[in-house]
Design a protein around this ligand. Structure first.
Ligand code: PLP
Length: 392
């Protein structure tokens, strides 16, 4: 990759791996499937010994991830949960993590049902409200984990001021950057210590890859996390590393289009009588709009909307034809989710109700299809239900 800092983000993305295959000059960096490597002699190494500890294809990917996020060290994992799990292993029994309450249900599940058993405590806070975080801090707090925009309600947290708060309390700021990616938001440049990704989503971008990533601002923390990854083994295999390199080359183009289309769909949804509320930071009415403008260069492709009744939500999911009712997000194809039942199904019902994640709330990952076609599909599903109600 051209690491010239004067090159634009798009150019650097496209150039990932170019010039790295010195032997053949291959523009596409090759896949090195070898699990192990011949030693030239005792006590000697080519730089590679065993693929869990290091692999040339994964190295190119990890360097690119670090470069794009503006960090010192990137690590590629077999899933976003593998990345988060490895990160949580950095902490000890008795430590406490403060975590966004508007977050991916799987992160809640691993903290609540796995790490709690080992004495790592998690407390959930509204990370869009700094006072709530300050009130939740205890002497045991070691890190603040923020998803911004939140999932599925798209609340926006102020990364720069949270970084200051964390620094003055000597705790780590971890940002899950899955929704915006470094093409739109670079938390490490705003003062965060670690960025997490489900690379299954926008980084991979084609619904054909399960991967995760961690990027650290400081090399020392990166080295510690590398130690944990190598010790526990959740590495991204070489074939998938190559696929992720290929995806990253088009990341900025995809994110720009996801953002433009999501804004168009959000504005249209706002005008529909069956839609009670649209959650999208790109809308001026969104409480985090100004902040999102300041700390990110785009609003991304994720939006949620609340319909007037749960029966309508269920029917819309059945009646959509172009848009797929499916888990996940961030692919070129538009997907719709019922978070209360799917992605957030492990969060207790009372907590979901308190947060406003009801059976009327649908989350849309706006893909790269023509926005007019997406709108037409939503329209036919919404009006089909209305007609059914009218005709009894
Ligand atoms: C914001 C966020 N973080 C982490 C994860 C976990 O990633 P993975 O599914 O790749 O394990 C997800 C998955 O949906 C997610 O949406």
């Amino acid at each position: 990759m051209s690491n010239s800092s004067y090159h634009s983000f798009t150019t650097r993305s496209v150039q990932i791996g170019v010039g790295r295959d010195e032997q053949t000059g291959g523009i596409s960096f090759p896949i090195y499937p070898s699990a192990t490597y011949r030693h030239p002699g005792v006590g000697q190494s080519t730089g590679y010994d065993y693929t869990r500890s290091g692999n040339p294809t994964r190295d190119v990917l990890e360097e690119a991830l670090a470069e794009l996020e503006g960090g010192a060290r990137g690590l590629a994992f077999s899933s976003g949960m593998a990345a988060l799990t490895t990160l949580f292993l950095h902490f000890s029994s008795g430590d406490q993590l403060l975590v966004s309450e508007d977050l991916y249900g799987g992160t809640y599940r691993v903290l609540d049902q796995v790490f709690a058993k080992f004495g790592l405590q998690a407390a959930y806070v509204d990370t869009t409200a700094q006072a709530a975080i300050e009130a939740a801090l205890t002497p045991q707090t070691r890190a603040l984990l923020v998803e911004t925009p939140g999932n599925p309600l798209l609340g926006v947290a102020d990364i720069r001021s949270l970084a200051e708060l964390c620094r003055s309390n000597d705790i780590l700021l971890i940002v899950d950057n899955t929704f915006l990616t470094p093409a739109l938001q670079r938390p490490l440049e705003l003062g965060a210590d670690v960025v997490v990704h489900s690379a299954t989503k926008y980084l991979g971008g084609h619904s054909d890859l399960c991967a995760g990533a961690l990027v650290t601002r400081e090399a020392e923390l990166g080295e510690r996390l590398y130690f944990l990854q190598n010790s526990t083994g959740a590495i991204l295999p070489p074939q998938d590393s190559w696929l992720l390199i290929r995806s990253l080359k088009t990341l900025p183009l995809r994110m720009a289009r996801h953002s433009a289309s999501a804004l168009q769909v959000a504005r249209w949804l706002q005008q529909q009588p069956q839609v009670e509320k649209v959650y999208y930071p790109g809308l001026q009415e969104h409480p985090g709009h100004e902040l999102a403008r300041q700390q990110a260069s785009g609003f991304g492709g994720m939006l949620s909307f609340r319909l007037s009744d749960p029966q309508l939500a269920e029917q819309v999911l059945e009646d959509l034809q172009l848009i797929s009712f499916a888990e996940s997000l961030g692919g070129v194809e538009t997907l719709i989710t019922l978070p209360a039942v799917q992605t957030h199904g492990d969060i207790p019902a009372a907590e979901l109700e308190r947060l406003g994640i009801c059976n009327c709330l649908l989350r849309l990952s706006v893909g790269l299809e023509e926005p007019a076609d997406l709108i037409a599909d939503l329209q036919q599903a919404l009006t089909r239900f209305s007609r059914r109600v009218v005709h009894g």
